[in-house]
Design a protein. Structure first.
Length: 234
């Protein structure tokens, strides 16, 4: 069977792929994470019967970090407080920004560009039968159909929601790319670089447990191991 792989060129002025170990200040990884790449693909084309698998990431721009300081709301409305107000019929629902403001620093990426290499797999309807109750024949669709639909949407710039680079305020631009048109990385990225442990993805079946892998970049290319392999650890 034909291996339906895709390459998507994504870029933007700013990006922030936040390290989960930073509790207060947002600090970005040096490059896009596989989970963020998957989120971009799903924003362009999402179907409940397929799953995107990111296999390789090409870094097209030099890694440039910058400090940003912004005013943010310091707290959020607690769920328990809302339930109490609903029962009693009175209380304070809103937050007043002027009274609850604080400055937070972020270390973000500037002027980023990547190529995401990925493929998709079709779920077995026996494993996820609840997704096929409305249309039991939907799982019989060919992979070619999903491939062509993604390609058409990417070429036309169509998406279900605006893709973003880590956080929603950093919009992501994208375009379909043929594999023979993938550009080389800049000279500054030639060689090998250890990026340390990086977030691979979240296992939502296991109480939303994050999984990590040791990311190594060679000549601007990061090979992403499969989620089920021993290289990926919780």
């Amino acid at each position: 069977m034909k291996d339906f792989k895709i390459a998507l060129h994504v870029w933007g002025e700013y990006a922030c792929f936040t390290r989960p170990e930073m509790k207060v200040e947002r600090v970005s990884y040096d490059v896009i994470t596989p989970s963020a790449a998957r989120g971009i693909l799903e924003a362009v084309y999402w179907k409940p019967q397929i799953r995107w698998l990111v296999e390789r990431i090409h870094v097209l721009k030099p890694i440039r970090l910058m400090n940003v300081r912004r005013n943010e709301v310091a707290s959020k409305i607690p769920t328990n407080g809302l339930q109490k107000i609903m029962k009693e019929g009175h209380g304070r629902l809103g937050l007043y920004v002027d009274e609850d403001r604080q400055q937070r620093a972020s270390i973000v990426l500037r002027n980023v560009g990547y190529v995401i290499e990925a493929r998709f797999e079709i779920f077995d309807p026996k494993e996820y039968p609840e997704k096929y109750k409305k249309d039991p024949n939907e799982h019989q669709e060919s992979p070619q159909k999903h491939y062509e639909m993604f390609k058409r949407r990417a070429e036309k710039g169509q998406h279900f929601h605006q893709p973003y680079l880590g956080t929603r305020e950093f919009a992501c631009h994208y375009e379909w790319l043929d594999f023979d048109a993938i550009p080389r990385c800049p000279e500054s990225l030639i060689g090998e670089k250890d990026l340390g442990y990086m977030l691979h993805d979240i296992d939502f079946k296991d109480n939303s447990t994050p999984h990590f892998f040791r990311a190594e970049m060679k000549d601007g290319i990061i090979n992403v191991p499969a989620f089920e392999t021993s290289e990926v650890k919780a």
